[in-house]
Design a protein around this ligand. Structure first.
Ligand SMILES: [Zn+2]
Length: 415
């Protein structure tokens, strides 16, 4: 099916990563940075050139497009989604991608900062890339494969399907989102306009990986009210809210229930921010667990710990406010098993070994799943993301395109 096709994902990728699309967690506008629209505009334009007539960018910077069906059957509408922004952890300005053809396993020294060296011993996945063509940044910026790899693969899927209209598939929706990295990627998605039944984000790592589980997440805001008095005359009167906050933080378990001490399927309680004066102090926590009831347990545990500390200070008081953040997408996906099953089959048809994974975080897909679009995460090939050593291989990107082509055919066959 792919013998006579020259993939365009890598060529597109090399162009897209040069466009600075870093999002900004401090910004309250949407999108958080205007420059993200530079890429959205370019993508909408390129989709039109491919022959996707309705491709456009909306006022928020989202790109919507429809690949029309080639099948007469009533196939469910599938959406492929990727985010255009890059993380704020590492500069995304003036990215200079470098293509290293036919990688032989040697160290790759990045030219603009020679202390940045990509070594096979530190990134064992490179072992699988021997003989492949690898793309890195130049040493002073991230690369942006998270998630321009997903964007480029979806663009190439559109190109492939328009060039091969004999391949049978239902209607396919393309959605490119801004601001995923700041957790607001789906804030302004118009689900009705999108009009899809099921979705896949293309935002994963090694080939064959498929993620159908994310954390469930809540935030807890703890506000401690102390008692204020003139410090010169405070004996027996003052209760310092900051000191109570210190007690509480110190009482948190150190060898369990923390990000520093957990991995795999274990969740945690994590203080992320503290702000206060003697009279009033606020601590913000994030609570994470793969099981939503497990979140409640952790919240009760934290509340008990707070109450125990507060009992030592009867004149002080506190407020404990729990806010839902997102839920494990598996709760939704379990009701739609074919979404994940067909993806598994597509991975097999692409000749890849399946790796089911859980994300110790959230994705646009976890939110979309609860907005009515069951949406697991497919691999895009990205590696060492959010760092200057980020890399991806051309061959992995092409495998992501192949997998999507198989996937849309499977949906058509099973209808
Ligand atoms: Zn991403």
């Amino acid at each position: 099916m792919f013998e006579n096709y020259s993939f365009t994902a890598a060529e597109r990728f090399l162009r897209y990563v040069r466009v600075d699309t870093q999002s900004d967690p401090q910004s309250s506008s949407f999108p958080s940075t205007e420059k993200q629209k530079d890429l959205s505009r370019l993508l909408a334009e390129e989709l039109k050139q491919i022959g996707i007539a309705d491709a456009h960018m909306d006022e928020w910077g989202y790109v919507y497009a429809t690949i029309t069906a080639t099948s007469e059957k009533n196939v469910p509408v599938i959406c492929f989604c990727a985010h255009i922004d890059t993380a704020s952890d590492c500069s995304g300005t003036n990215v200079k991608p470098i293509l290293h053809k036919n990688y032989r396993g040697d160290d790759i020294v990045l030219p603009d900062d020679k202390t940045q060296v990509l070594k096979l011993t530190e990134y064992p996945y490179l072992e699988k890339q021997i003989g492949n063509d690898i793309i890195t940044a130049s040493g002073t910026t991230l690369l942006g494969s998270d998630d321009k790899a997903g964007v480029a693969a979806i663009m190439d899927l559109a190109n492939f399907l328009r060039a091969n209209e004999h391949i049978k598939h239902g209607e396919i929706k393309i959605l490119f989102t801004p601001d995923e990295e700041v957790g607001r990627g789906v804030a302004h998605v118009d689900m009705k306009k999108l009009g899809a039944d099921y979705g896949y984000t293309l935002d994963g790592g090694e080939t064959g990986s498929l993620e159908d589980e994310t954390f469930s997440a809540d935030g807890v805001q703890l506000i401690i009210h102390g008692v204020i008095a003139h410090p010169g005359y405070a004996k027996g009167k003052m209760i310092n809210a900051m000191k109570i906050a210190g007690h509480i933080l110190d009482a948190l378990p150190k060898d369990r229930l923390s990000p520093e001490s957990t991995e795999g399927k274990r969740g945690f309680i994590h203080p992320v921010r503290i702000e206060g004066v003697a009279e009033k102090c606020t601590i913000e926590f994030i609570i994470r667990d793969f099981e939503t009831p497990g979140l409640k347990k952790k919240e009760d545990f934290l509340r008990t710990l707070v109450e125990e500390t507060m009992r030592l200070h009867p004149k002080a008081s506190f407020e404990y406010i729990v806010t839902e953040q997102y839920r494990n997408m598996k709760e939704v996906l379990d009701h739609h098993p074919r979404v994940v099953d067909y993806a598994k089959e597509a991975i097999a048809r692409a000749g890849l070994e399946l790796k089911m994974e859980s994300i110790r975080g959230g994705t646009d897909g976890s939110r979309l799943s609860f907005m009515g679009l069951p949406c697991p995460n497919l691999f895009a090939g990205e590696q060492a993301i959010h760092s200057k050593l980020e890399f991806i291989s051309v061959q992995d990107m092409n495998k992501a395109v192949e997998t999507m082509v198989h996937l849309v055919q499977i949906w058509e066959e099973r209808t």
